[in-house]
Design a binder for this molecule. Structure first.
Ligand SMILES: Cc1ncc(C[n+]2csc(CCOP(=O)(O)OP(=O)(O)O)c2C)c(N)n1
Length: 384
């Protein structure tokens, strides 16, 4: 997995260098001077028609550049092209919601570590105390995901401010969905970061839905980009289904955050094809046609794969082999995680206080008492 990651990141960096030389990416990144025109073409009422793309891959041809985009490209070209993706965010701090396991994968978190967390076993870094998919890794500068939506934003602003005080050449990155922007923490985080000029990137994936709540019921502003502006934060809107455009926008955001010591907001327009979670059935609140349209005509993974395949950098055969190999590795990781012992009961009470306070001592005693009276109701693989 680690080898695959390193090789692919180098290859992708080369691809990006090549496509930038060819003038690809035109019109994808929106900078401040071209907002007004772009906002008109991607206002909420026309969200689904933003950068409409045909199904035959012809959108993969270079797009015409306007002056503003050409200027942005010139600025980003040297910095983006010279970097290796795998070192790009290595010193930066990540504060996530729950749709960003890709960031962790990129940084080298192994499939086994993912599986251990989901099964809450002894090898899980969180010692089985979190919900599944709430990953965290000190080694990878990745803060443990918390369930309450939005809490990561003020945390990221604080982390960024501490990086600033320590004169570090790094920034914090925090992710949020469109639904999370209705939380008070979103506003507190943005305002704090703006006033303290903290080097943080707020990355919002505006996928149109917060579980079953459509964006039109969530807010009346034109998306999120204007909320950043409202707080005096330089903000970028990007086609979130265009991998290269997102890469370009985030590279630029990072450069600005670090060099200019200020927060940046990126709004990626996209769509959540899947259900919100395994307990959700999204066909109850949205049309199948709508889901299919985004799945087939606007699928960002197919779009990117189509592009790399057309350039001869990837093939159907490699795709099939990779999928087969990852599936095998994943099943192995799940089997190992399933067989690994659960953390002992004491871990439920450790790591917060040096010495357990009396109320926790009392709770631990009661729990042990209940388990000894009803052993069948408790898992036998947890040592008491
Ligand atoms: C403070 C808080 N309120 C409510 C929830 C329940 N909840 C979990 S995810 C979610 C929707 C978040 O919106 P968004 O990120 O846009 O949703 P997605 O795109 O993942 O469906 C809600 C309301 C929560 N976890 N925390």
């Amino acid at each position: 997995m680690a080898i695959w990651r390193t090789r692919s990141s180098r290859t992708i960096a080369n691809h990006i260098r090549k496509c930038m030389n060819k003038g690809f990416m035109g019109g994808a990144v929106v900078n401040q001077s071209s907002w007004s025109s772009t906002l008109q073409s991607c206002s909420l009422s026309s969200l689904s028609s933003h950068r409409l793309v045909p199904q035959n891959c012809s959108y993969l041809h270079p797009l015409p550049c306007n002056r503003a985009t050409l200027f942005s490209l010139q600025r980003f070209k040297s910095s983006v092209a010279e970097r290796q993706l795998d070192s790009f965010f290595s010193s930066d701090s990540d504060d996530e919601q729950y749709r960003e396991p890709g960031v962790l994968l990129w940084r080298g978190f192994t499939l086994q570590e993912f599986a251990n967390q989901c099964f809450g076993n002894k090898a899980d870094h969180g010692k089985g105390r979190q919900m599944p998919i709430h990953y965290g890794s000190k080694e990878h500068n990745f803060f443990t995901i918390s369930s309450p939506i939005g809490t990561q934003l003020p945390q990221a602003a604080g982390i960024a401010y501490s990086l600033k005080m320590d004169n570090k050449k790094a920034c914090a990155v925090s992710y949020i969905g469109d639904g999370g922007t209705s939380e008070g923490d979103f506003h507190a985080g943005l305002n704090f970061a703006a006033v303290m000029e903290a080097p943080v990137i707020f990355f919002c994936r505006n996928n149109g839905w917060a579980i079953s709540t459509h964006v039109s019921e969530q807010f009346r502003s034109d998306g999120i980009v204007v909320k950043g502006q409202g707080y005096g934060i330089r903000s970028i809107r990007v086609d979130g289904n265009d991998a290269l455009a997102v890469y370009s926008a985030v590279s630029a955001a990072r450069e600005m955050a670090i060099n200019e010591q200020r927060p940046i907001l990126v709004e990626a327009l996209t769509y959540r094809i899947g259900h919100h979670s395994t307990s959700d059935d999204s066909t109850k609140y949205r049309a199948l046609d709508e889901i299919d349209y985004w799945k087939l005509a606007r699928n960002p993974v197919n779009r990117f794969r189509c592009w790399v395949q057309r350039n001869g950098w990837w093939s159907e055969q490699q795709e099939t082999e990779l999928r087969k190999s990852i599936r095998k590795q994943l099943l192995q990781a799940i089997q190992v995680a399933e067989k690994t012992e659960k953390p002992p009961l004491t871990e439920l009470f450790s790591d917060v206080y040096d010495h357990l306070p009396s109320n926790l001592l009392e709770q631990e005693k009661r729990l042990r008492g209940t388990i000894s009276r009803h052993p069948k109701d408790y898992p036998s693989d947890v040592s008491v």
